[in-house]
Design a protein around this ligand. Structure first.
Ligand SMILES: Cc1cc2nc3c(=O)[nH]c(=O)nc-3n(C[C@H](O)[C@H](O)[C@H](O)COP(=O)(O)O)c2cc1C
Length: 333
């Protein structure tokens, strides 16, 4: 699959998850087979006002390429301005070593504080404005422009096909469709049919998203939608290895799941990198949820879980992880 001049062998993407898919986690996902990763959603208005925290969200490393930056907003000029500055690496607070490979526009966020400003999934109710935003952004940057949307606002207005046609007419180089409405938030079912209708309607790559928690889910999604690629979100939390598993499946190769010990090693690496990127206080606090995902489903981890929730330093995390490794080694048959 090609998006603009970018080649993706399998079309395996990591979704943006605000507050979760930071640099440290994205790097791990790339090392396990994600072919494209994206920043968390970034406010175009925040960038416009040179908010330092907002700009920092656009930081990435060379280990993450190809890399997209996702922006949200509802004003075409401000969206275009921030897209152009991002594409030119013109935010001193990011100090990125390279420029992003594409700009993604958020048309799926369901949060009231976003939609009440006509941003995120509210753009599904204003198709003309959505088209204008894409046209403005497209004419401001030379990298590909993509759009991430939902199936519609609610059950009565599932207009992903109409919106996809409009954004493609205005220059979008690919679309990603999360097969749930705004009203559904993250509840099932995921409508795979509507993704297949979008695929039939537009002549740019279509990426399917929603409810992919296993390689079986990935195969079913690709099969039912005929999409060019898939985007994994909650399914890879604590399980970035799912990218490798899906790759193996697509290649028809055997796959062996990593041991608990290996998973713990990866969790520690993520924690160490997060501390290097964000500082210990913020990183360790944010790592608590990641660590719980990494040990999810393992027996005998209640005590570790309790300690994770009050950990404040990297050395505490190291201690918890080595304790789990020792316990695991002792209990191994
Ligand atoms: C905590 C959380 C944060 C999210 N942040 C973003 C975001 O910043 N940008 C975006 O386009 N989607 C965001 N999403 C939506 C996901 O990218 C994805 O579309 C959704 O989780 C559906 O996929 P899944 O069912 O595989 O998790 C977020 C979802 C969650 C649960």
């Amino acid at each position: 699959m090609k998006i603009g001049g970018l080649d993706f062998e399998y079309g395996l993407f990591l979704a943006p998850l605000a507050g979760i898919t930071d640099r440290a986690f994205r790097e791990i996902c790339v090392s396990y087979g994600a072919e494209g990763v994206c920043s968390e959603m970034i406010s175009a208005k925040g960038l416009h006002y040179n908010d330092k925290k907002t700009a920092l969200l656009a930081s990435f490393t060379e280990k993450e390429a190809p890399f997209g930056i996702q922006i949200f907003g509802s004003e075409p000029e401000i969206m275009a301005e921030s897209a152009a500055r991002l594409a030119n690496n013109d935010y001193p607070d990011c100090a990125n070593l390279s420029k992003p490979d594409w700009i993604d526009i958020n048309m799926g966020c369901p949060m009231p504080k976003i939609t009440k400003n006509g941003e995120g999934s509210a753009l599904m109710k204003n198709v003309a404005l959505a088209g204008e935003i894409v046209r403005a952004v497209k004419s401001a940057v030379s990298v590909p422009v993509t759009v991430k949307m939902r199936s519609g606002w609610d059950d009565k207005s599932k207009n992903a096909v109409r919106l996809a046609e409009e954004v493609v007419k205005n220059g979008a180089d690919a679309v990603c469709v999360h097969g749930r409405t705004r009203e559904q938030l993250y509840r099932d079912p995921v409508d795979l049919d509507i993704i297949s209708y979008v695929k039939r309607a537009v002549d740019v790559p279509v990426i399917a998203n929603g409810g992919i928690f296993s390689s079986d889910d990935a195969m079913r999604t690709l099969d039912k939608t005929s999409a060019d690629g898939i985007m994994l979100a909650r399914g890879v939390l604590g399980d970035p290895f799912l990218f490798s598993e899906i790759r193996a499946r697509l290649k028809g190769k055997k796959y062996e799941k990593p041991s608990f010990e290996e998973r713990l090693g990866v969790a520690y690496l993520q924690a160490k990198n997060a501390v290097a990127y964000k500082g210990e206080r913020t990183a360790v606090c944010e790592m608590r949820k990641h660590l719980s995902y990494y040990i999810r489903g393992e027996k005998g981890t209640a005590e570790a879980r309790r300690r994770i929730n009050s950990a404040n330093t990297l050395s505490e995390i190291e201690e918890i992880i080595s304790g789990l490794k020792t316990k695991y080694a002792e209990e191994k048959p």
